[in-house]
Design a protein around this ligand. Sequence first.
Ligand SMILES: Cc1cc2nc3c(=O)[nH]c(=O)nc-3n(C[C@H](O)[C@H](O)[C@H](O)COP(=O)(O)OP(=O)(O)OC[C@H]3O[C@@H](n4cnc5c(N)ncnc54)[C@H](O)[C@@H]3O)c2cc1C
Length: 418
Amino acid sequence: MPANTTTPAARAALESAAGTGKIRDATAADEVAGVRPTWVAAAAGTEDVSAILRAAAEHELTVVPRGSGSKLDWGAAPRSADLLLDLSTDSGIVEHAAGDLVLSARAGTPLATLHATAAEAGQQLPIDPPARTATAGGVVATATSGPGRYFFGGVRDLLIGITVVRADGTVTTSGGKVVKNVAGYDLGKLYTGSFGTLGVITEVVFRLHPLAAEHRWISSTVEGAADAAAIVDTYRHCQAMPTAIELDRPEPGGAITVSAQLEGRPDATHDRAEALARDVGGTVTDRTPDWWGQHPFGPADNALRLGAEPAALTALLTATDRAAADTGLSPALRGAAGLGVLHAGLPADADPRAVADLVAALRDRLDYAVLERGTAAVRDALDPWGPQPAGIRSLTRRIKDHFDPGHRLAPGRFAGGI
Ligand SMILES: Cc1cc2nc3c(=O)[nH]c(=O)nc-3n(C[C@H](O)[C@H](O)[C@H](O)COP(=O)(O)OP(=O)(O)OC[C@H]3O[C@@H](n4cnc5c(N)ncnc54)[C@H](O)[C@@H]3O)c2cc1C
């Protein structure tokens, strides 16, 4: 049985590190995927996080970081959470070097603030996940992205610098504030999508892109997987260079809408879009389709992320149909058809055994099928991340051992049980 670490002495050490009034008892609203932490600490700044993590290390406390909490129930449930480290108040733009197209911000800064700051200078941060409350640190920790990933790359590609506090309180930085940065290992790539298991992110630096003057969306609705895949293929290989290619299929076997986004100079984009629409039998609008950039699931539903080679979209769609028919489930599909990464939504009351069977069937047929979030019963019925090959598993564990030797940061949340 693990030793009780949440002692009065540990709380006193945290209070002394964080300052008066910064530690409180956790409530039901602070639960992380069903696990109630003991205490919550509000952190304000890298030095503050470092002091709190040093105190936590001395008392062997487990620590789970939280941004706005929009994806706190994604990933596996933590094995233990003595302390929830709340970074939502650690917010603010550090620097916007508009001439260099670089923006740095504290981890708790809402993504909406980053977007607004970039837009004031005619620039954009093309990270556009659905949760508008998401924080800069949270999108890096979960590697979430939206439609713009197709052209501009994902979070990992747009992140050029990061400050992270390690489990023992050591402050580390990687990369910097210039786009060309060649010194040392690019640890930002490792921290991206690490779900709080390797360190607490306190500051991030992103590269920006110019904001286009005009956007157009081309949409076509077809009946079959092969027809949808052919349209996606046309977009992927055309010279008009779409900046996003998305797909929406509300019902297995049902109609599929494929939409592409074009952006560019005023007046030029519309003609480009009309020419491309003629090739694919689509219609052009100057507004995003209603479903664009939204997850096909609600906050309480079960959510999957499915991946296959972009050229294997037909196989991805038909594999989902077959698994749906075998399990009696009806997953709604939506996402980045141009990248081969789709989200699937299943209602909260879906039979957990059937969801586990569907995921197992998809893991056999696709590159990956990850349970992004699930009800408690569904999380109990399957490993959210799926099996890792032995070599990857041992590498994952060695990285964890190196960065967090006591396995105290978000223990058990990530692939391989780290
Ligand atoms: C042939 C091919 C070509 C592709 N080309 C492109 C491309 O040009 N551009 C592009 O953006 N995408 C492309 N994709 C898709 C891209 O590879 C996947 O989206 C990517 O694998 C997802 O990983 P991620 O880390 O970016 O983000 P996410 O899928 O959001 O993953 C989140 C985090 O979880 C980790 N993770 C997820 N599942 C596991 C697991 N089972 N074990 C361990 N860790 C896990 C990830 O590494 C990451 O840290 C391509 C895919 C294929 C197969």
